[in-house]
Design a protein. Structure first.
Length: 423
């Protein structure tokens, strides 16, 4: 009997089930390098995990790399895949050193840095807003030449932390100072070694937001699903809703696909799976916001592609990283319906005592899964600061209209309750 394929999964939080369940479905064994905030016990319990390999990727990358090489020498495995944004460069490097499927280290560095992405999009003649890179908080005047409104954001951020819309020149200095402060407190060490900590100011792209999930195999890109995120006008950009497939005219979808495929080529992304965020300027012209070389949303974008696109995204991603051709390269996908994700808003922030309404939601037949990533007692900071999503609800529907109505229902029934401030 042929051996089951084995893959080293780096930094995938074990309480987020999609990749683990996909490995189980696809008959793939996982060696899990737990994320820093995970426990070895929880990691060992996750589906398809046959081995836990602790790696201190954040603290000592060289030692982590040596440990991966040593594990590979003992018994080779067939692939390595990143389970979160921060480890993408590490995984690219390990893949190259072991001769496994992966993206180049250069491409990995590009997608970790919004400045590089912007520059390469420009050079490739693709859509990109006017932008300015600030090297320090006092450089804010350099952005005054941009067309307002603008968006101030960390060069290597995530989850809209420190992302602020500024409508006129009077507000710029203060917003840059605020973003800079958040970069200093939360993003030190999160960015690429060269040029970490920078701040970007770019022209505001007016139009609804969408996301595209893609697979790339031997340089061929397939956009598997386009999801609708809707109008997010700021000043802070807390994401609450996604629905797939996005209800868009065929020519707009074709333009989105062309833009996303071209961006992969511009960034040099040749293998794996990606999460691309775009704005549809004027409702029609796609302009890329950013791309990540991983499954989006900590893995939950798998749900939107699986239900809304008919492609088992997480299993296909594992296959690509094992050097195998994705099944959807030879089989036409059959979408199962309309998928939705709802992220319960943080609101005012504070110390969580409960998320009210979740029990009833769990019982709802339209709901596939409720994930609570932060429990009672945890402290959540409100936007533009950010520290976690209180809960995520994944559901499926027979139409986009029903999915939209369900979103409104969730918005009116789910609330984070915070402990009262005590002095
Ligand atoms: P992050 O890595 O924090 O997610 P993004 O660049 O994706 O950073 O920005 C977060 C959100 O801020 C986006 O999803 C979008 O809603 C908004 N945003 C960022 N840049 C722009 C822009 N130039 N125009 C309009 N909205 C923007
Ligand atoms: Ca983003």
């Amino acid at each position: 009997m042929p051996q089951r394929p084995k893959l080293l999964l780096v930094g995938q939080l074990s309480t987020l089930p999609w990749v683990f369940e996909a490995a189980e479905r696809a008959g793939i064994d996982l060696i899990l390098a737990p994320r820093g905030d995970d426990t070895p016990e929880a990691a060992a319990r996750a589906a398809a995990v046959v081995e836990v390999l602790p790696l201190d990727v954040d603290g000592d990358q060289e030692a982590a790399l040596a440990a991966v090489a040593e594990r590979y020498r003992r018994e080779p495995f067939g692939g390595i895949m990143a389970g979160n944004e921060k480890v993408v460069p590490f995984v690219a490097r390990a893949a190259r050193e072991l001769g496994l499927t992966g993206i180049s280290e250069q491409a990995a560095a590009v997608v970790r840095d919004k400045r590089s992405m912007r520059r390469l999009l420009r050079e490739a003649g693709l859509g990109a807003p006017g932008f300015t890179v600030l090297e320090g908080p006092d450089d804010w005047t350099e952005a005054l030449t941009l067309r307002f409104p603008v968006v101030v954001k960390p060069a290597s951020g995530f989850s809209s932390l420190g992302v602020i819309r500024v409508d006129d020149k009077d507000g710029l200095q203060e917003a840059v100072a605020r973003t800079w402060e958040l970069v200093e407190t939360h993003l030190r060490g999160a960015g690429p070694a060269a040029g970490e900590g920078g701040v970007l100011v770019e022209e505001y792209l007016d139009g609804p937001e969408i996301s595209a999930e893609s697979l790339v195999h031997h340089g061929t890109v397939r956009v598997c699903a386009v999801s609708w995120k809707g109008e997010l006008t700021g000043p802070y950009f807390e994401e609450t809703t996604l629905r797939a497939p996005a209800q868009l005219p065929a020519e707009v979808l074709a333009a989105v696909e062309a833009e996303v495929v071209a961006a992969h080529h511009a960034f040099g992304l040749t293998e794996g799976t990606t999460h691309t965020e775009l704005r549809l300027v004027g409702g029609v012209r796609p302009v890329l916001l950013e791309m990540g070389a991983r499954i989006g949303g900590g893995g939950f974008m798998h749900h939107l592609v699986d239900v809304g696109g008919g492609i088992d995204l997480a299993a296909e991603a594992l296959r690509v990283h094992l050097g195998l051709e994705p099944l959807c390269w030879s089989e036409e996908p059959v979408p199962a319906g309309h998928a939705a994700a709802y992220l319960v808003p943080v609101g005012t922030g504070g110390r969580i005592s409960a998320v009210r309404g979740l029990d009833a939601v769990r019982e709802d037949p339209r709901v596939d899964l409720v994930v609570q990533t932060v429990g009672p007692g945890a402290v959540l900071r409100p936007y533009p600061d950010w520290s976690g999503y209180p809960a995520i609800v994944l559901s499926r529907h027979t139409s986009d209209a029903e999915a939209a109505a369900f979103r409104d229902h969730l918005a009116s029934t789910l609330h984070v309750v915070y402990e009262e401030e005590r002095s």
